[in-house]
Design a protein around this ligand. Structure first.
Ligand SMILES: NC(=O)c1ccc[n+]([C@@H]2O[C@H](COP(=O)([O-])OP(=O)(O)OC[C@H]3O[C@@H](n4cnc5c(N)ncnc54)[C@H](O)[C@@H]3O)[C@@H](O)[C@H]2O)c1
Length: 369
């Protein structure tokens, strides 16, 4: 069992990581549940546990992560007479976290919410830090991600790694990519964390009997990094931007492939792009960056050869439109790149034809280089 307390400006909240914790969960504090529709089908016992509580279910898709869905959930809460003192429980992956948290921040100007993350990605990353948002343009194929949102931390997070048992191989690797990212960026503050990640990863892959234990430790490692960062910069002005390592490229890849690639794997490809881009502009890279690049390429991405086809099929204009439109840029491109010393740093680039041509070259070759 691991327990972390996260100090947000508004309040401190706890995160508990424990095998089978969902089986013992007490539902009496909650006034309503918002849950991923697939989970109800996959875990039929869930509905028995929530007897008598109003339940809202929906399908976790990027097009359902919308203002229209937020309005539907707000109406559902109102129809069930929830008051300002209500406390809602959200159960699901990152999409439920982002939409449900936004609903909690808006209903009667804010009610309590707690979260049970059920994908590895949401266990290792989305569940803390309080970022909640929905997409716009969701009825077209040019979805604009996370444009409307708030920072509204949960009241409690309860992680039961057993939920990972029903995730696909690709969803597990998508979550692992975010853990690798966290371990890499943390090097400038803690120079042992990347090696701890590599040894947990290797132990998990080579020893199936230790998988659950290693996964629990990897979740704790990743959340330890995120806690460190969000407590220093909750509102995303300085260090929190480091968490975007791989994300500017990754979000543009997700958009240009119409969300056919899992978020974490798109971020992993994005990290390769960021490393290759840094090499052009900053020259020789240290051994750790080379080892990390190889790990991402061989251990995280190579098991999914279909990714090469997705990248080859990207229309450059679709990628570039999404890349240029990233909300993290200002008048210049702002990128999080591996630092020449250790970890990552924020670097600005003037928008130019040369930068565009370099990124184009990197994108189509990053998986084969
Ligand atoms: N707020 C944040 O800090 C933050 C961080 C990272 C990502 N995100 C957001 O998270 C979203 C991606 O989230 P995600 O990848 O966690 O999942 P998701 O919510 O997109 O769900 C992906 C799929 O997994 C299914 N699923 C959920 N739990 C399952 C389980 N235990 N077993 C089998 N299937 C299960 C869902 O039904 C869905 O089909 C993106 O919208 C991204 O922008 C937010």
């Amino acid at each position: 069992m691991h327990k972390l307390d996260i100090r947000a400006i508004s309040h401190t909240y706890s995160v508990v990581i424990e095998q089978s914790s969902f089986d013992q969960m007490d539902f009496t504090p909650f006034s309503a549940i918002i849950i991923d529709q697939h989970l109800i089908k996959m875990y039929p016992l869930i509905t028995e546990k929530m007897l008598n509580l109003p339940i809202f279910t929906y399908e976790a898709t990027e097009s359902n992560k919308s203002l229209a869905m937020v309005e539907q959930i707000l109406l559902f809460l109102n129809n069930n007479h929830l008051t300002k003192s209500a406390h809602i429980l959200i159960i699901g992956g990152g999409i439920l976290n982002d939409t449900g948290g936004l609903v909690a921040s808006l209903y009667m100007r804010g009610i309590k919410w707690s979260f049970v993350p059920t994908t590895l990605l949401s266990m290792v990353d989305a569940c803390i830090g309080g970022k909640c948002a929905v997409n716009v343009n969701t009825h077209t194929h040019v979805i604009i991600k996370n444009l409307i949102g708030t920072i509204y931390p949960p009241h409690h997070v309860s992680i039961d790694p057993n939920f990972a048992q029903t995730l696909s191989h690709i969803q597990i690797y998508s979550g692992l990519a975010e853990v690798a990212k966290s371990a890499f960026l943390m090097q400038q503050y803690n120079n042992t964390i990347l090696n701890t990640y590599f040894s947990l990863y290797n132990r998990m892959i080579s020893n199936p009997s230790q998988q659950n234990k290693c996964l629990t430790d990897l979740i704790a490692l990743s959340l330890g990094v995120k806690k460190f960062i969000v407590e220093r910069d909750e509102f995303d002005i300085n260090e929190r931007r480091y968490l975007n390592f791989g994300h500017t490229f990754g979000h543009a890849i997700e958009s240009a492939t119409h969300y056919a690639i899992e978020h974490g794997l798109a971020v992993a490809i994005g990290m390769l792009c960021a490393i290759d881009f840094a090499k052009i502009y900053m020259g020789t890279q240290n051994n750790t960056i080379t080892i990390f690049r190889q790990h991402i390429k061989e251990a995280i991405l190579a098991p999914f050869p279909q990714l090469n086809d997705y990248i080859d099929a990207i229309k450059w204009q679709d990628f570039w439109h999404a890349f240029e439109g990233d909300k993290k840029h200002n008048t210049e491109f702002e990128l999080i790149l591996p630092s020449v010393t250790s970890g990552v740093s924020r670097v600005s680039f003037t928008k130019s034809h040369e930068v565009e041509e370099n990124i184009k070259g990197i994108l189509y070759q990053c998986l084969t280089r």
